[in-house]
Ligand binder design. Structure first.
Ligand code: F6P
Length: 343
């Protein structure tokens, strides 16, 4: 059998571990070959690819961040209109099953392809952890570790200066990194896209903390966090590849507003792409490797139109259609748990 693979959307630590596992399992367990398409779906639209062999360079990539195949964000409309072209490239290269490794956008395109009859097995990835039907995506644990370490470090400098520190972490539509790093690093407040915040309430919380003699205030802000409409207006930052409204610098803007309203000194740190780079944690390497092995098994077992998913401690196959039906956002009860530490 000939397997095609691609990595699409924003990169994340663990992509190379999946690639390695697919190549290893294909060659060793099934005697199959693997072709890697370059730069996500673009490689299929433009027929750019390379033959991947375990002994060449693939064995050594387990701990490396990023993706040796390259990746790209492609507008879904371009993909939709390019499905015939993609199918043609797959036929020209004799690909029997395609394994796209990606987040919301990549897996949605994978679902469209599958609907049009192409054998596809999806592998979920994203630091945002917002793909439905899987408990975790790889990349999340690494991003969480990086964010947690950064917040730990901010505590000591904030204490020394009795400052308010805002830390902006990634998470456009879901606040998983913010929620978990806030819990792990003992933040005094966490703002996420799922729970619009009131600036007055934030200011009141800051004031109360300092009035009762606490030394500092650490607030984790997901980049997609939004104020309640009548509380503050954020400057807009264009749209993302899905046409969703995007805000830039929510933490900076909130920090300026806190300073203006209560005269407290605020410093803001935006972690940005540091959260996506570098070597994956052991947890992410294991999860990515297990996803790769199981996706290869599914491809050979004819389990197409499915996505590998972590359910509890088991890797299971779920319907691709269900997985891309909606994003997995932070539920109310999880936010309520974290709120026990707010203030
Ligand atoms: O989807 C993953 C993610 O890291 C988001 O958290 C973030 O908003 C976005 O990608 C950034 O994308 P880009 O690398 O294209 O700026």
């Amino acid at each position: 059998m000939r397997i095609g693979i691609l990595t699409g959307g924003g990169d994340c630590p663990g992509l190379n571990a999946v690639i390695r596992a697919i190549v290893r399992t294909s060659e060793n367990r099934y005697g199959s070959s693997v072709v890697g398409f370059r730069d996500g779906w673009r490689g299929l639209l433009e027929d750019r690819k390379e033959r991947l062999r375990f002994d060449d360079r693939v064995d050594s990539i387990l701990a490396r961040g990023g993706t040796i195949l390259g990746t790209a964000r492609v507008n879904p409309e371009i993909l939709r209109s390019g499905l015939d072209r993609i199918q043609q490239t797959l036929d020209d290269n004799g690909i029997d099953v395609l394994i796209p490794i990606g987040g919301e956008g990549t897996l949605t395109a994978a679902h469209w392809l599958s609907e049009s009859g192409v054998p596809v097995v999806g592998v979920p990835k994203t630091i945002d952890n917002d793909i439905a039907c899987t408990d975790y995506t790889f990349g999340f644990n690494t991003a969480l570790a990086i964010a947690t370490e950064a917040i730990d470090r901010l505590h000591t400098t904030a204490e020394s200066h009795q400052r308010v520190m805002l830390v902006e972490v990634m998470g456009r539509h879901a606040g998983w990194i913010a929620l978990h790093s806030g819990l792990a690093a003992g933040a005094h407040l966490t703002l996420i896209p799922e729970q619009p915040f009131d600036v007055e309430e934030v200011c009141a919380m800051v004031k109360r903390r300092f009035q009762r003699g606490d030394s500092h205030f650490i607030c984790v802000v997901a980049e997609g966090a939004e104020p309640k409409p009548d509380s503050m207006t954020l400057r807009e930052g264009g749209v993302d590849e899905f046409g969703h409204k995007r805000f830039t610098g929510v933490a900076q803007q909130l920090g300026a507003e806190i300073e203006r309203r209560i005269g407290k000194e605020v410093r803001t740190t935006v972690l940005g792409h540091v959260q996506r780079g570098g070597t994956p944690t052991a947890y992410d390497r294991v999860l990515a490797t297990r996803f790769g092995i199981n996706a290869t098994d599914a491809a050979h077992a004819g389990e197409h139109g499915k996505m590998v998913a972590l359910r509890g401690s088991e890797i299971e196959l779920v319907s691709l259609g269900e997985a891309v039906d909606h994003l997995k956002v932070v539920p109310q009860n999880s936010y309520d748990e974290a709120a026990a530490f707010f203030g």
